[in-house]
Design a protein around this ligand. Structure first.
Ligand code: COA
Length: 243
């Protein structure tokens, strides 16, 4: 009998041929839709609860990829409490329910660090929205903001298994240095220009508008919900009164 797998684990040609034919015949999952524009907002201390909610929603392996260890809820809460919004920048993408579905932390060097010219990027995207370009857009946004602060390098520390993060960094032109299970990526930033400042301003303005629309939509939803509840209550009371 011919074994279907050879000693090295490679499939034999007949099976490979049949598998390829089968794969071609089956409907493939469509790739996730990549959005043309993603509104990214700068976050402040008032957003701590939403930031926390997003990070606590990451499953254990994502926490490991994001923080370099499988952070517990308590460790994440301490991280969120310790975010320094005056020195660093934190960005987020909100969904229609105003939950943070993608988050980036751009950490700047403390003012008293002599000669420091680099910022560090860390980010995460809600698991159900991966592969749509959120991670890449957060990274581009961070690049723009770090440039506009006059820094010349963006640094990413990632686990070597973190293909998606390292792909984002490499595509942006970063040099990746692998040291076993961990990798460091360095992206040289071009100098700030008037255009880069304009781009950041326009992006912020558009994201603020998007946020306002979502806030208003939520208010309208709540208002319609309240009316429906009052009507439902009136119908029930009317029914009882008539019964
Ligand atoms: C890393 C992370 C932020 C990427 O977010 P994302 O929204 O899925 O990223 P994008 O959709 O922009 O995809 C980036 C690239 O990686 C690729 N990619 C996405 N997931 C991948 C995977 N599991 N394996 C290989 N490539 C992957 C995409 O195809 C895309 O490449 P392309 O532009 O050539 O098509 C997200 O996976 C995440 O939150 N991971 C957990 C936390 C983490 O690892 N954070 C980074 C530590 S700093």
């Amino acid at each position: 009998m011919t074994p279907s797998i050879d000693a090295c684990g490679a499939p034999d040609p007949d099976h490979a041929h049949r598998d390829a034919a089968l794969a071609a015949a089956l409907p493939a999952d469509p790739p996730p839709e990549r959005l043309a524009w993603i509104p990214i907002r700068s976050l402040g201390p008032a957003h701590r609860p939403r930031i926390l909610e997003h990070l606590l929603g990451l499953p254990e392996h994502d926490r490991y990829l994001r923080f370099g260890f499988p952070a517990t809820d308590a460790q994440i809460a301490r991280y969120v409490d310790g975010l320094n919004f005056e020195r660093d920048e934190v960005f987020g993408v909100f969904n229609r329910r105003l939950q943070v579905v993608a988050l980036a932390h751009l950490a700047y060097p403390p003012d008293d660090t002599p000669g420091a010219t680099g910022a560090e990027f860390g980010g995460s995207v809600a698991a159900h929205l991966r592969g749509r370009g959120y991670g890449s857009r957060l990274f581009e946004h961070a690049v723009l903001h770090a440039r506009n602060r006059g820094l010349d390098t963006l640094f990413i520390h990632a686990l070597s298994e973190n293909t998606a993060m390292l792909r984002i960094a490499r595509k942006a032109g970063a040099t990746v240095e692998r040291a076993g299970s961990e990798s460091d990526a360095y992206l040289r930033l071009p100098p700030e220009t008037l255009a880069s400042h304009m781009e950041a301003l326009v992006g912020e303005g558009a994201a603020a508008l998007d946020y306002q629309f979502k806030q208003q939509a939520r208010l309208v939803d709540a208002f319609l919900g309240a009316i429906a509840e009052v009507r439902g209550g009136a119908t029930r009371t009317g029914g009882q009164a008539n019964g």
